[in-house]
Design a protein around this ligand. Structure first.
Ligand SMILES: C[S@@+](CC[C@H](N)C(=O)[O-])C[C@H]1O[C@@H](n2cnc3c(N)ncnc32)[C@H](O)[C@@H]1O
Length: 323
């Protein structure tokens, strides 16, 4: 029987993410995952095949070949790309009668291989990445933003992360900042058509507008947005330090978490270098911690899409929050 199986199947091994996996990843005690997250884990198809042997080699080769190419680098010149991308989501949002599913960014590739637990895996469901991100997002909002009065996402794109915050904390003021005008147009519709208490505002993280004051007792987060700042994140971090929110969470690729003695991590670190994605943030936060300016509450490595772990987290607090 084994002889007749396609090579792909012989070398793959099917597993699934369970509640215990999320508890282990997020550092929660067994059974302590929030009920909202447990419900999502139960609802979604989180099965996947871990690629082994030839299947894994094929993926590694693909990654290496990509690294050999001239890849587009992050930077101000890409602003129009984001504008165009979010304009497409905006038009789909309108065309579908404001269906929230139209807000999922196009960079989430439904059929693609995923990085999980140090392995390349192929999810069974096309929604795996979106679903896992949703579970992580619910956890982070419940865990860190339950006591804040205002929530800000910098580099919010379509605002789909803020939609979850609106569902978890009905009526709580939410702010979506981005340098894209289409992002703000979507946020206006989220308020007008869905009644979410959300405001969009133009903000360039490379040149933070110091006149934009955060309310006391605020929670700040970013998801894959500081990634785009490369090594130019200092102005934004200093802005946040001056604003003294209660807590900041960056769900980002974190260069310093990759163990470059391991092939799986080495290729991810090279990818960040090639694309000029975020590098050095964790080191800077540690320096600021030593200087007594902030406290790093934790770092968490979760999972990623094909090339790097874009959903790692660093959580930090300024030493003294604004009250
Ligand atoms: C990878 S997307 C992530 C969007 C959203 N956070 C999400 O999870 O879908 C990066 C976002 O950062 C925004 N961005 C990139 N550079 C920026 C900058 N200098 N200032 C403000 N926004 C920026 C882009 O417009 C885009 O919305």
């Amino acid at each position: 029987m084994l002889d007749t199986l396609p090579l792909q199947q012989i070398h793959n091994h099917q597993e699934a993410l369970h509640q215990e996996d999320f508890e282990a990843i997020l550092g929660e005690a067994p059974g302590a995952l929030f009920p909202e997250c447990q419900e999502l884990v139960g609802r979604y198809d989180l099965r996947y095949n871990t690629l082994q042997g030839v299947s894994r080699d094929r993926v590694v080769l693909r990654v290496l070949k990509t690294l050999d190419q001239n890849l587009e680098v992050a930077g101000t010149h890409r602003k129009q790309r984001w504008e165009d991308g979010w304009a497409e989501n905006l038009s789909n949002f309108q065309r579908t009668g404001y269906d929230l599913a139209a807000l999922v960014p196009k960079f989430v590739r439904p059929q693609e291989v995923i990085r999980l637990k140090g392995e390349y895996v192929r999810p069974v469901s096309s929604q795996f990445e979106t679903n896992v991100v949703e579970i992580l997002r619910y956890w982070m909002f419940k865990k860190w933003f339950h006591a804040v009065d205002h929530i800000y996402e910098f580099g919010c794109g379509t605002g789909h992360n803020l939609v979850d915050a609106a569902c978890l904390f009905p009526g709580r003021p939410l702010y979506g900042l981005d340098w894209s005008q289409s992002s703000q147009a979507i946020l206006r519709l989220l308020k007008a058509e869905h009644g979410f208490n959300v405001v969009g505002r133009e903000f360039n993280m490379l040149e933070p507008d110091e006149s934009f004051d955060l309310y006391p007792r605020s929670g700040v987060f970013t998801v894959g947005a500081m990634e785009q700042l490369g090594c130019q994140y200092h102005g934004f971090v200093n802005y946040l330090l001056r604003q003294r929110p209660s807590v900041c969470i960056h769900v980002e690729t974190l260069y310093e978490l990759y163990d470059q003695n391991v092939l799986f991590d080495y290729v991810a670190a090279r990818y960040l270098e090639k694309r000029k994605y975020l590098q050095g943030l964790l080191g800077t936060l540690k320096t600021f911690e030593h200087e007594g300016r902030l406290e790093i509450v934790g770092t968490i490595r979760t999972f990623g899409s094909l090339y790097h772990d874009g959903y790692s987290m660093v959580i930090w607090k300024p030493v003294e929050e604004k009250m």
